[in-house]
Ligand binder design. Sequence first.
Ligand SMILES: Nc1ncnc2c1ncn2[C@@H]1O[C@H](COP(=O)(O)OP(=O)(O)OP(=O)(O)O)[C@@H](O)[C@H]1O
Ligand SMILES: [Mg+2]
Length: 253
Amino acid sequence: MINQPNRSPGNQVISLASGKGGVGKSTLCVGLGLGFALLGESVLMIEFDIGLRGIDLMLGISDQIVFDLGDLLEGRCTISKAIVESPLNQNLNAIVAPIRMDAPLNTEDVHLLVNGLRPHFDRIILDMPAGLGTSAKVTAVAADLAIIVATPDRICVRDGCQMVQELQRAGFRNHRLCINRVDEKFIRRDVISDLDEVIDGVGSQLIGVLPDDPSIQLRLSRGLALKENHRVTRICKAIARRIRGEYVPLLLR
Ligand SMILES: Nc1ncnc2c1ncn2[C@@H]1O[C@H](COP(=O)(O)OP(=O)(O)OP(=O)(O)O)[C@@H](O)[C@H]1O
Ligand SMILES: [Mg+2]
């Protein structure tokens, strides 16, 4: 569902980035998208992982895809043809990643595209590929806020720190950290201070903590929505509200 005009100017375009791959950027993209959608916002997710499409499965739209981001950027379709509405929630829409692109991604084209889409959606979430270069460049030109996703292992923390530095080199400073796949026993014991090391190591302020939860994989990989009262959905909704500037305690239970 595309609406007009935009109602939420602050942190409207959010990029999800990480140095290391497989840390949960696409999962958080869909979870956060659902969080904003449940708050009544119209959401567009744009997937940049060229050749490694994944959110179509999570959003249950893989058999509806005709055009993708590559078709849009290379002029083979109009914007409305590339946007697909997810059956998970009528506020959730996506432009999926290209299977291949003829030319390298042009950040100026991405900038123009995202700016053109701003008036039509309350929230735009950019699901970045792993790695520093493309993510930092696209984030710097197109996003208002970057969320760096990291798992609590040392390699991931170091890579997250490098992402922060790369963003800062690109002149981009509005970043937050989301720690994913945190062991249940930390959450049950409520020892958030055990995550201080991750926060300090990455060098970004914490905005959310997601548990390691097998139902994420079980449901999302089949395009099934997490229920509204599912703990992970509630956590994602709390992160969405924090991004909107509301005071919400880090919801861990
Ligand atoms: N909190 C979690 N609990 C359990 N499984 C998770 C969690 N977060 C992500 N996963 C699983 O980890 C795998 C990788 O997640 P995802 O694809 O979201 O990572 P990514 O950072 O987008 O990867 P890439 O760098 O390849 O784009 C998926 O199978 C996903 O279901
Ligand atoms: Mg991904």
